[in-house]
Ligand binder design. Structure first.
Ligand code: ADP
Length: 157
């Protein structure tokens, strides 16, 4: 069975993330979305909330699981015996940091492989931070995030 993981902070999960999850779930037998602690000081959602929001938004995808982790990703890979990392690439700006991360992970753990899925054009501009920015200024985030995320964010205002 070919399993892969898709790590990120997902604060919150966007339609761009769901697109990558959906496409990766067709390529692999099992996909584990790994919610990492956000390095930013003030995440909008707790790690538990972020997990729940992804679970709800992907409940129609049978082979997708959601987990959380706070340590080095390669440790998670070793513990769970999942050696493929899926990442989404939006633009050249993503490339530099993602490339560095992929290289260092392979240096630390040669069994790990990082595979990049290119963004779908309609989501190429989309990031969790832009969603939060629009939300702060009362812009309409409905087209950008799954319905459950939209609802919880609207209710919190
Ligand atoms: P963000 O960059 O939106 O704050 P994360 O750090 O949680 O989100 O991202 C996790 C992964 O998802 C990264 O590999 C990132 O490049 C990818 N990703 C995020 N948004 C998109 C998108 N709209 N299209 C493709 N990949 C994306």
């Amino acid at each position: 069975m070919k399993a892969a993981m898709y790590p990120g902070s997902f604060d919150p999960v966007t339609n761009g993330h769901v697109d990558i999850i959906t496409r990766a779930s067709k390529v692999f037998d099992k996909l584990v979305v790994v919610v990492m602690k956000n390095s930013a000081k003030n995440p909008l959602f707790s790690q538990e909330e972020r997990v729940r929001l992804i679970e709800e938004a992907t409940s129609h995808l049978d082979n997708v699981q959601v987990d959380m982790y706070d340590d080095l990703l390669i440790r998670y890979a070793k513990e769970k015996n999942v050696n493929i990392v899926v990442k989404g690439l939006r633009a050249v700006s993503d490339f530099e940091s993602e490339f560095q991360m992929a290289q260092i992970n392979r240096k630390l753990y040669p069994n790990i492989e990082t595979l990049f899925l290119n963004t779908s054009t309609e989501y190429s501009y989309l990031s969790s931070s832009i969603v939060k920015e629009i939300y702060r200024y009362d812009g309409d985030i409905k087209p950008l995030v799954p319905d459950n995320v939209y609802k919880i964010m609207k209710d919190r205002k």
